[in-house]
Structure formats: structure tokens, C-alpha cells
Design a binder for this molecule. Structure first.
Ligand code: PGA
Length: 271
């Protein structure tokens, strides 16, 4: 089912449960854009119950028009066991979580996650009926030596290995070049993103057949109100995944409004 433009934020290690609940309540109270949009918020684990409660109490609830998906930032592939400090898919679904973020660049670079450790998580999350937002993207070094496409292809092929095409309707891919993420990041330009988005689409179709055509591909990395429209208008980009600029409700809405302001707008901002 096509839910329209996908737009959401990852709080990373920010916001208490009370702050997250307020964010969800305020966001749910805002009018929806005219164009269909599926919004999502990915708070820390400790904020997930508060986020789910705030959403349930909001006018759209968990399933109504304008409902907001709630996501977790990671999970373990086992359902339960002796894995201190980890969280499993059944624990997330029991809280009413809709989606899990897997393979974020910070998990790969700071916490040692690899394609081979991410793949079983993707399989377990989809088997547990969670939606998956899988992040891929090359490092600055890989870009410099011109193996960005090879890196993204490898990440995607391994993460989706063995995937049943029937699960593709719960899958979304975020292309987030590592060099574009965070305060020191340089936003990618449409010329960087378009060829990789096309490559991701080809791999999805190759791997999943017709189901691969409908998998949303998002861009993420230093997205702001100034550059959002230039990304949203790229062929194959069906959403945006935002960090810092969307950590307030006003910021979230400003980036979303900018992204949807004018579909015909020429790419104007690269930074
Ligand atoms: P940023 O983060 O928008 O703050 O660069 C993006 C991300 O990490 O997904």
C-alpha cells in the first residue's frame, strides 16, 4: 500500500520520555499536509512506551488518518535470551512499535555493526511483522576512492539476503552517505544521490521482483528546510529521514513543509 511521502526523524540519544510524549502530542495535533504523508518518530528505547501512549491518546490514534509510526533505533535478532543490554522484536511489538531502524551509520561506525550482523536483524524484524528502515551509505573514504556504489550494493545485498518478497511491503531503505550525517556532515547534492537511488532501485527489483518497485527509498544526512525540496524531487526518492533539524516539532514541520512545498521546484540548495 502506498502511504505517500515518508518523513521522519531519529532522536538518537536525545529526549526523555516526557519530552518525547510532548513531541508526539504536539505533532499529532498539527494539520496534515495536502499531499499524503506517512510521518514517523524514532525515539530512544526508554521513550517508546511514552511515545505509544501519547500517540494512542491523539486524535488519529495508532491507525487513523495522519497516524505517526513509532520506531526503535535498533534490536537484537533473537526473540529472547542471555543478551545483556539488548532488546528483541517481540519486546518492541508488545509496546506497539511499528518500525525498527537497522544499520544506521552510527551503529556501524561507533558500535561495530557490520553487514553480516545487520542481516539477521532485518530477517528477524520482518518475521516479527515490524517495518524495517534499513540504512545504507558509503563513508568519505569510500567516496574518495570511488567505490560508493559498490559499498551500497554490498550493504544492500547482504542485508536483504534470503528475504521473502512477501515481506517487501514492510521494508524501506534510507540512503545516508556517512559523510553527510551530523554536525560535521556535508549535505549530499542531487547529483550524488540520484545515481545511488537508481542503483538501490535496480537492486531491489533484481532481488524482490515487482515488489521491489514499491519499496520506499529515503534520503538522509543534514536535511534542512533549505535543502529538503532538492532531495524530495529526485527520481526514486520517496521520503526523507532527518536528524538534528527535526528534533523540535517546529523544526520537523518546517522541513516537511519545505520538502512538499512545490514538487516542480528546481533543485536550488545543496547546503
Ligand atoms: P542529521 O542526521 O540530519 O542530523 O545529519 C541524519 C541521520 O543520522 O539519520
Amino acid at each position: 500500500m502506498n502511504r505517500g511521502f515518508l518523513f521522519g526523524t531519529n532522536f538518537k540519544m536525545n529526549q526523555t520520555p516526557a519530552e518525547t510524549a510532548l513531541f508526539l502530542t504536539d505533532l499529532a495535533g498539527l494539520p496534515l499536509p495536502r499531499r499524503p504523508v506517512q510521518r514517523f518518530v524514532i525515539p530512544p528505547f526508554t521513550s517508546l512506551p511514552a511515545a505509544a501512549e501519547a500517540r494512542a491518546a491523539s486524535p488519529g490514534g495508532a491507525n487513523g488518518a495522519g497516524s505517526i509510526w513509532i520506531g526503535a533505533q535498533n534490536m537484537h535478532e533473537a526473540a529472547a535470551g542471555a543478551f545483556t543490554g539488548e532488546i528483541s522484536a517481540p519486546m518492541l511489538t508488545a509496546l506497539g512499535v511499528d518500525l525498527v531502524l537497522l544499520g544506521h551509520a552510527e551503529r556501524r561506525t561507533l558500535f561495530g555493526e557490520t553487514d553480516l550482523t545487520i542481516q539477521p536483524k532485518v530477517a528477524a524484524a520482518l518475521a516479527a511483522d515490524l517495518r524495517v528502515l534499513l540504512c545504507v551509505g558509503e563513508s568519505a573514504e569510500e567516496k574518495r576512492i570511488e567505490i560508493g556504489p559498490e559499498t551500497v550494493a554490498r550493504q544492500l545485498k547482504i542485508a536483504l539476503h534470503g528475504l521473502d518478497p512477501a515481506a517487501a511491503d514492510r521494508l524501506q531503505i534510507a540512503y545516508e552517505p556517512v559523510w553527510s550525517i551530523g554536525a560535521d556532515g556535508i549535505p549530499a547534492g542531487p547529483d550524488d544521490i540520484a545515481p545511488i537511488a537508481a542503483l538501490i532501485r535496480d537492486l531491489l527489483v533484481d532481488r524482490l521482483g515487482a515488489a521491489g518497485r514499491a519499496v520506499p527509498i529515503l534520503y538522509g544526512g543534514s536535511v534542512s528546510p533549505q535543502n529538503a525540496a532538492s532531495f524530495a524531487n529526485i527520481a526514486e526518492i520517496g521520503g526523507l529521514f532527518v536528524g538534528r533539524a527535526a528534533w523540535t516539532v517546529a523544526g520537523f514541520n518546517a522541513v516537511l513543509a519545505a520538502a512538499l512545498a512545490d514538487d516542480r521546484q528546481a533543485p536550488s540548495a545543496r547546503g
